[in-house]
Design a protein around this ligand. Structure first.
Ligand code: PLP
Length: 377
């Protein structure tokens, strides 16, 4: 075993030399790093529902959903989640990563072809790997390129089009109406990862970008996470009943895994009460992020075009991104560097995440700290 351990040590040293070593850091400073866009992880309504859920129900359902792990609490919240997303049915998962593996492996076979945005999340990429299908990658948000790929259909299977809706590290939005039109024109199947949009986009319910673009019933499956704007953990897939039934029957990441705790269902009722009932809260991170973008752009920083609460500042070099992040952290703001392989090589950056409970003063102060650190780097 010893030679193997020294080999691992050498590999980690090489990772560190490249500025790519990861360490676990506990939260310190004002939170500009988590995806808690609405501040729901601390919201009294969510807390109350969780405490009440723990008092009256089981705190876990220690079996697969297909055995004894399926409870009324799961069914009831899934019915509510389906109404929220404007679809026929929904299915909870312990994580979005697992849910994306389930969607891909249940719906796609080796005879099919997946057409996927170059910046799609690792869980979508890994799902396609596991599905064993052919893959074609198009340039980020390049609708013409994806349309060209759609023009060629596999001889035995069909084309699937995969995209995030609100991109998690670039903070830009996919034109979902154009994607749905292109998929329809070529008889392809559209799958949307709405993870970062759920809870903060959408005029009426706040259910995400599928709602905003009115394509809720044109995507065959959408992934939403509960561990971002909804302030909890886990995820759910929404779509037509037959798609959800197929996932229940075919997806090994669903079948061979313990049911998510019914406490998630309790917490989700609290989170949905807030999201659906307080549209002004949903608007606040957007307004604050516009303010932050304007200040950073005025100070000459490289902020790629985008919208919503994810504000990236491109720095390029890994070591520079780490240095700048450390200086901003020193000023009392929890801002993290994002490096490859999360982003393409040469595009290391800060990723600031804006929350409804930030104040204007905090936005101005973090902008100043970031701009000063970048200028000094
Ligand atoms: C776009 C996207 N999809 C899926 C996931 C996976 O979700 P989870 O963290 O619940 O596993 C994430 C992030 O974490 C994500 O950013």
């Amino acid at each position: 075993m010893r030679p193997f351990l020294s080999e691992l040590t050498q590999r980690l040293e090489e990772t560190e030399r490249l500025g790519l070593l990861r360490i676990l850091r506990e939260p310190a400073g004002i939170d500009f790093a988590s995806n808690d866009y609405l501040g729901l992880s601390r919201h009294p309504r969510v807390r109350e529902r969780l405490i009440e859920g723990a008092r009256v129900g089981n705190v876990s359902a220690p079996a697969s959903r297909l055995l004894r792990g399926h409870e009324a609490a799961h069914r009831e919240v899934e019915e509510r989640l389906a109404r929220f997303k404007g679809t026929e049915a929904a299915l909870l998962f312990p994580s979005g990563y697992q849910a994306n593996l389930a969607i891909a492996t249940a719906l796609i076979g080796p005879e099919d072809r997946a057409i996927s945005d170059a910046l799609n999340h690792a869980s979508l990429i890994d799902g396609l790997r596991l599905a064993g299908c052919e893959k074609a990658i198009y340039g980020h948000l390049d609708v013409r390129a994806l349309e060209n790929l759609l023009a060629h259909t596999p001889s035995r299977g069909r084309n699937f089009l995969f995209s995030e809706s609100y991109f998690s590290v670039d903070g830009d939005v996919a034109p979902l109406n154009l994607l749905a039109d292109a998929a329809d024109r070529h008889g392809a199947v559209l799958v949307v990862d709405d993870a970062h949009a759920t809870g903060i986009f959408g005029k009426t319910r706040g259910s995400g970008l599928c709602e905003l673009f009115g394509i809720e019933r044109r995507a065959v499956a959408t992934l939403s996470t509960c561990g971002k704007a909804l302030g909890l953990w886990g995820a759910f897939v929404a779509g037509p009943r037959v798609v959800i039934d197929t996932i229940i029957n075919k997806a090994r990441p669903f079948i061979f895994s313990t049911a998510v705790s019914p406490l998630l269902a309790a917490g989700l009722h609290g989170a949905l009460d807030v999201v659906e009932g307080e549209p002004e809260l949903r608007e606040r991170p957007h307004a604050l992020a516009r303010r932050l973008r304007a200040i950073l752009e005025n100070r000459g920083l490289q902020v790629p075009p985008g919208e919503g609460p994810i504000v990236p500042v491109i720095l390029g070099d890994n070591a520079r991104a780490l240095r700048v992040a450390a200086q901003v952290q020193h000023r009392g703001f929890d801002v993290r560097a994002v490096r490859p392989p999360t982003v393409p090589p040469g595009t290391a950056r800060l990723r600031l995440s804006i929350h409804a409970d930030h104040t204007e003063e905090q936005i101005d102060a973090v902008a100043d700290a970031v701009a000063n650190a970048v200028e000094a780097s």
